[in-house]
Design a protein around this ligand. Structure first.
Ligand code: KG4
Ligand code: ZN
Length: 335
């Protein structure tokens, strides 16, 4: 079964064809990230406009690369929530028109469910149940994936998302957007023990909090400036990356130990972080759990992960009406 997946929740306009929820047949991404970098973050209006310009070319190319016509796919999956609403609506409306005209089922996919499904592309034998940390620019969740379309949220951030913290710290250090890759690159040259950064206290055993950590970095930078000094960007990048990766890995592994999870996975843009991958890999091995990491190219936003999850949503009977609307927020365990 071939599913066409369409994604447009942030700054990537993406489409892909995936066979049976596991095999990527084509994967096309256009991005406005270089343009957004000029402003130090995503400007929603620019994102929406670029989606509107790129989407038909991206979808056509995904079908062409797959060697299929729209008549030959079995469903059109689209991210309908959560995301920048103007951006989401471009994908939703395009998918609606395409599916309606071709007489195909329209499959609504939750963005974070898509991120989790990126793991099925890299590990075709992976099956629920498994424990997953989903960390992106907008969300940080520790989730038990109980079944293909059933989730139990064990913990979440009480303030900033992990990716957002990377982006804000990058901006404070004068590093370019998106912050995750630029902080990780700077950290390679730095000493992770150079600056003592706090582990913010948070209620809830598996919850995380990053705003105190981010503020600690900002304060260090300002204090140094007031004394006419500068912080070492590589050392601060390395210290911050070490602290945030330790916090995320510790909470995920605690949830893994308490639930006796046999498989522990990562998902979302922040899952590309090398230090986080290493800590989770080492910790999960100590627990005797299998570690599942998505390939780097499927960590960030892409259409293949939406097509993969779309396959399971369709099998689960989750087909949208022609009145499908986009939503800026929606819990991953929505009914
Ligand atoms: O999942 P994603 O591509 O888009 C959202 O759904 O938000 O995640 C983007 C986030 C950004 O905040 C970006 O800075 C972060 O993922 N990110 C990283 C890395 N690559 C991307 N964070 C840490 N380390 C990385 N290597
Ligand atoms: Zn995402």
């Amino acid at each position: 079964m071939y599913i066409l997946g369409i994604e447009s929740t942030c700054d990537e306009t993406a489409a892909a064809v995936v066979q049976d929820g596991k095999t990527v047949v084509s994967n096309v991404i256009a991005t406005s990230v270089q343009e957004q970098a000029l402003y130090g973050g995503v400007v929603p209006e620019i994102a929406s406009r670029r989606h509107a310009e790129y989407i038909s070319g991206v979808v056509d190319k995904a079908l062409e690369d797959a060697g299929l016509t729209i008549g030959e796919v079995d469903g059109v999956a689209v991210t309908f929530a959560p995301g920048l609403i103007g951006a989401v609506l471009v994908g939703v409306n395009y998918a609606k028109g395409l599916a309606y005209a071709a007489g195909k089922p329209l499959i609504p996919v939750h963005h974070l469910r898509g991120h989790i499904a990126a793991n099925y592309l890299t590990h075709p034998d992976l099956q629920p149940p498994f424990l997953c940390l989903v960390a992106s620019g907008g969300h940080s969740h520790i989730v038990m994936v109980e079944d293909w379309c059933r989730y139990r949220v064990l913990g979440r951030t009480v303030d900033d998302a992990a990716g957002e913290a990377f982006d804000k710290v990058a901006r404070t250090l004068g590093l370019p957007y998106p912050g995750g890759p630029s902080v990780a690159a700077a950290a390679k040259q730095g000493d992770p023990h150079a600056y003592k950064l706090p582990t913010p206290h948070v209620e809830g055993k598996y919850n995380v909090s990053f705003s105190g950590l981010k503020t600690a970095v900002i304060n260090e930078v300002h204090n140094a400036q007031q004394k006419g000094q500068t912080v070492s960007v590589p050392d601060m990048a390395a210290s911050f990356q070490e602290r945030i990766a330790q916090i995320l890995a510790k909470k995920l592994l605690a949830a893994g130990a308490d639930t006796g999870a046999k498989t522990i996975a990562l998902a979302g843009g922040v899952a590309a972080n090398g230090r986080l991958r290493q800590l989770v890999n080492d910790g999960a091995q100590k627990l005797g759990a299998r570690v599942v990491l998505p390939e780097l190219k499927y960590c960030g936003d892409n259409g293949a992960m939406i097509a993969a999850q779309g396959y399971y949503e369709l099998k689960n009977g989750n087909v949208a009406g022609w009145d499908l609307n986009g939503l800026p927020t929606l819990p991953i365990d929505y009914q």
